[in-house]
Design a binder for this molecule. Sequence first.
Ligand code: SAH
Length: 339
Amino acid sequence: MAEALGHPRYGYYTCRDPLGSDGDFITAPEISQMFGELIGLWCAAVWQAIGGPDPVNLVELGPGRGTLIADGLRASARTVPEFANALRLHLVETSPVLRDRQRRAVAPIRPRIRPAWHRSLSSVPRSPALMVANEFFDALPVRQYVRATDGWRERMVGLSPDDGRFRFVSGPVVAPDEVPAADAGGEGDLVEVCQDGNATAEAIGERVASDGGAALIIDYGHPRSAPGDTLQAVRRHAFDDVLDRPGEADLTHHVDFEALARAATAAGARPYGPVPQGVFLGRLGIEHRAANLLRSATPEQAVDIRAALRRLVHPREMGDLFKAFAIARPDDPPPPGFD
Ligand code: SAH
């Protein structure tokens, strides 16, 4: 999964901008400006609640086309200009194609902001920070383990001797401490472990606890750790076989929010949520923002705004599967949307 997505030459994210209607998938910030605006205001509100540290880092992990951060910066500069003046923008992005899109997305913003790019959170300078990640954790590679008669075995990728194509094969039995809740479950159960995701949540928790700030993570996933194969491939807005076209299809897994919460707690921070995206955006006032936009909209724009609102919040669209999760300091007030 790591190679298929991140290979320096052939990786899915290395070679292309996968987003949008002519790409492979579409994300919440690409559906409507309301999404990034509300998240920008969330950051500004948390910043005020923790005493307005200046300077403060605004960090986005996996910013895609930069749409969320551009909309968020515009909205927060309008309403909390002191926040816009205090922030230093750090973008964690491995894809050269998407870094270029992000550069162009933030270029027109005033006051001018010069982002610094990083390959991982570890090189972002230490400072109080607001951190945001939308559909980032689902792209981090997972290991899968299957319960066999003789113990847990890693599910690995090999070549079929018949046709030379990739197929799943069973690896050697692993030590029980590699698999969470190794003594639970029955034969045939499959569990996933996202080491990169857990390590990132731990690093975020450690930064929040010692430097101050908070993080907002939005992604599809489950609130409790549970067995199940969630690895999936998406190409041109349809599901694809996960092994068929490495580097040409997006590979994701469902985020295990309980595992992220455990990692953040172990680092001394406090997890909040996950709260369904529809509920979270409702609490941040998305209906009001939509009503406001509708007041100056043409009839065609009004149709788009209503459709986007529904797509973001309706439980049968993105409202329930997607979840908002926050990491904050134990002694700070709960972040907006989590109280
Ligand atoms: N947040 C954006 C894009 C989501 S797609 C949106 O909501 O539209 C996933 C993003 O994470 C892309 O920008 C991709 O290049 C980036 N990404 C994936 N794996 C990464 C990794 N290991 N390190 C840094 N960025 C990564």
